[in-house]
Design a protein around this ligand. Structure first.
Ligand code: SAM
Length: 225
């Protein structure tokens, strides 16, 4: 199935104002560009008013993975970023259904938020099923770049980790090679990478691609001490 079809199937939902305010922040690209200093840092203190460990998913889509993590780990905070506000309306609705108090979503281009990542602030960063953007004119939209690795290596706590998974073999091997050349990170597993990962929480993208016979490829790295 072409990847574009998945996005066309997105249902637009409306959300009551209270739920929207509790879970969803929309950061305008223009304001981020001109007035980044007015936006909160992406820390537990600034976003949740407490010191709990913070886990971040970049490109969280409908938020199923992150909501399930937040429900299972009430003593940590969870932040999902996605450029698609309509996906995040669904994510916020799911968070409200589960009555979660430890999750928030930001609608923004993740790349514009890098200056808001604080040093030693994140327990985990998830990049799951990032859009591959293989066509040459879209390559510059790829999220997994040296700039992302600079940002994540600064923002992870010393025991923090980065988890990357995708069904897209070519993109996966590109990301794997990049991470293997970066000595600020080390793998948390002995294998070069993991295949057919049995995640406890499987997002609809993972279900979709696995139904189409595409195994999930994954690596996890931690910040080298
Ligand atoms: C294939 S979906 C994966 C969603 C989710 N991680 C999962 O595993 O189900 C990729 C998501 O990345 C988002 N995305 C793409 N580029 C982005 C960017 N620059 N900033 C934030 N989100 C982005 C898309 O809107 C989409 O929701």
């Amino acid at each position: 199935m072409p990847r574009r079809t998945v996005f066309r199937r997105l249902a637009h939902i409306s959300l009551n104002q209270e739920i929207r305010e509790r879970y969803l922040m929309t950061f305008s690209a223009r304001w981020l560009y001109h007035h980044i200093q007015h936006f909160p840092m992406l820390t537990s203190e600034a976003l949740f008013g407490n010191q709990r460990p913070l886990e971040l998913e970049i490109g969280c889509g409908f938020g199923e993975f992150l909501c399930a993590l937040a429900e299972a780990n009430p003593t940590a905070n969870f932040l999902g970023i996605d450029i698609s506000e309509s996906s995040l309306l669904q994510a916020a609705s799911q968070a409200a259904k589960l009555n979660l108090m430890n999750i928030k979503f930001i609608a923004a281009n993740a790349r514009q938020l890098y200056p808001l990542f604080a040093p030693d602030s994140l327990q985990a960063v998830y990049l799951h099923f990032p859009d591959p953007n293989r066509r040459r004119k879209f390559r510059k939209r790829q999220i997994f770049t040296p700039v992302l690795l600079d940002t994540v290596s600064r923002a992870l706590r010393p025991d923090g980790y980065l988890s990357v998974m995708t069904d897209h073999s070519e993109y996966f091997h590109e990301m794997l090679e990049l991470i293997e050349q970066d000595h600020r990170f080390e793998k948390t597993h002995a294998e070069r990478y993991l295949s057919g990962f049995g995640a406890p929480i499987i997002s609809r993208y993972q279900r979709l691609w696995e139904r189409h016979g595409l195994p999930t490829l994954r690596f996890e790295v931690r910040r080298r001490l």
